[in-house]
Design a protein around this ligand. Structure first.
Ligand code: PNW
Length: 486
């Protein structure tokens, strides 16, 4: 995708600125190390999970009354998906979910983050619900619980009902926000007897800009900045309405929060001045979504920077947007901004050298300390006592060797280093309570199609055979020992 999306565009995505099965694992795996002594691992009760999303794994796009989503339409526009594939079949998870849940269990995970496909439940987005759509998630949730795995549900992971795009302009209209609130209420009413944790929208920072600003994601539009800012505001409003809907219609005690790819800022060098600068940067670079959700206001710097392109909003909307959340979900992959202190605005993001190391996705720079600094600074500036890493992981080439195995030592290197830094954070008392590894298995990676593999399990998309990579053994050991390992 290098030729499709420049690094500058990627840097811009968030906010203001211009970013087998049982037995098979054993073959290559040492027995889990002894349990760590006190203080050497993650806190007791730390939630270990994996994550997927509906369009990326389910397939079955025309089954049981599912309506079309903007992704069903978008993937058919020639040239949009790098390898010309679609999510029509993907992992056939809609039919293979029991097998896939066995894979989660095999890892020892106690939690699984999945998303509900809105157009399965409401084929047109609003109006009459489709009971068969909801039934799938009932079956999924029941099967997870039967296997001792906690379901963590995401309400929106980008598969907007096409009907809402056609009738209202999708997220361009607050009508879509209201309808999203109704959908959230319906899901909460029917599933929170068993689902205790709900994420609202996945990555406003990506789908707004990529979908409506630069045409890389569905619906593929390239609207002016003022519109993009308004759409981001609408996404925050939709988040707030969903929080209120879950409170009003969910079981008492249901927890709800965002799952955002926070624009990740870290001090270039650990000095008090630079740490302070990183704090300011984190707030300002996330002013358009997370900061307004957490504080109820757009910062002065954000409004000044946006100028005539600033979103239009009312006080009543800000109140809804900042409805108190129970936790902060952060998707953390790559460092976006290394900063130093500056007299101008408090921080200066440094240019990133071409030679900065990255995984085999161009945007996926390797900066393990990001997962230490970002939760630490976020907890401080937004005063939250519960942070979940809602996504972290890496793609690799994942070649299947003649012996049938995948020795993904690159992914293990990435995970080990990120988890060591996360452990550093929890050891210091940063309130990170859980971690969801992206992804359980290779799946439909949006614009890359089936070309980029993020899974702990390799998927052969012709045969649908799942094979554990070496990283599955690694993660199983992390979970069993409750420690990152050395
Ligand atoms: C996330 N970036 O996307 C999404 O939530 C997942 O659906 C996706 O499969 C996963 O990460 C891996 O890509 C992102 O450019 C894509 O910084 C790109 C960026 C961040 C998140």
């Amino acid at each position: 995708m290098t030729d499709k999306v420049s690094r500058r565009q990627l840097a811009k995505i968030a906010g203001v600125s211009a970013a087998a099965m049982t037995g098979a694992l054993d073959a290559v795996e040492a027995k889990p190390a002894a349990l760590p002594r006190n203080g050497n691992g993650f806190p007791a009760g730390f939630v270990w999970g994996t994550a997927t999303s509906s369009y990326q794994v389910e397939g079955a796009v025309k089954e049981d009354g599912r309506g079309a989503s903007i992704w069903d339409k978008f993937v058919r526009i020639p040239g949009k998906i790098e390898d010309g594939t679609t999510g029509d079949r993907a992992n056939e998870h809609y039919h293979r979910y029991k097998e896939d849940i066995a894979l989660i269990k095999e890892l020892g995970c106690k939690a699984y983050r999945f998303s509900v496909a809105w157009p399965r439940v409401f084929p047109d987005g609003d109006g009459k619900p489709n009971p068969k759509g909801l039934d799938f998630y009932n079956r999924l949730v029941d099967e997870l619980l039967k296997n001792g795995i906690e379901p963590w549900l995401t309400l929106y992971h980008w598969d907007l009902p096409q009907s809402l795009e056609d009738r209202f302009g999708g997220w361009r209209s607050t009508e879509t926000c209201k309808i999203f609130g109704d959908y959230a209420a319906y899901v909460a009413e029917h599933l929170t007897d068993r689902v205790k944790n709900v994420f609202t929208l996945n990555e406003s920072g990506r789908f707004v800009y990529f979908g409506y600003g630069i045409g890389i994601d569905a619906p593929g539009l390239t609207l002016p900045q003022a519109d993009v800012n308004q759409i981001r505001h609408n996404s925050a409003l939709a988040h707030g309405l969903a929080v209120q809907a879950v409170r009003a219609h969910g079981r008492r005690g249901t927890k709800v929060g965002p799952a955002e790819n926070i624009d990740a800022c870290a001090p270039a060098i650990d000095t008090p001045e630079n740490v302070r600068a990183a704090e300011i940067a984190l707030r300002e670079m996330n002013a358009g979504y997370l900061n307004v959700i957490m504080t109820g206001r757009y910062t002065d710097a954000f409004l000044k920077y946006a100028g005539p392109n600033a979103p239009k909003f009312t006080d009543a909307e800000l109140k809804i947007i900042s409805s108190p959340v129970d936790f902060l979900g952060l998707n953390i992959y790559a460092p976006q901004n290394y900063v130093v202190a500056s007299d101008q605005g408090g921080f200066m993001p440094l240019p990133i050298p071409k030679s900065f190391p990255r995984m085999n996705s161009d945007w996926l720079r390797v900066g393990p300390e990001t997962i230490y600094w970002v939760p630490k600074l976020a907890a401080k500036i937004w005063k939250t006592d519960a942070i979940y890493i809602s996504e972290n992981g890496a793609s690799g080439d994942d070649v299947v060797r003649p012996d049938g195995k995948i020795y993904d030592t690159d992914r293990i290197m990435y995970l080990r280093n990120y988890l060591a830094q996360l452990q550093r954070a929890t050891t210091e008392g940063v309130p990170v309570r859980g971690y969801f590894l992206w992804s359980l298995m290779d799946n439909f990676e949006w614009v890359y199609g089936l070309n980029k593999r993020f899974g702990l399990y390799h998927v052969n998309f012709d045969t649908q055979v799942r094979t554990p990579k070496l990283s599955a053994s690694f993660y199983r050991n992390v979970i069993a020992t409750n420690a990152a390992g050395a």
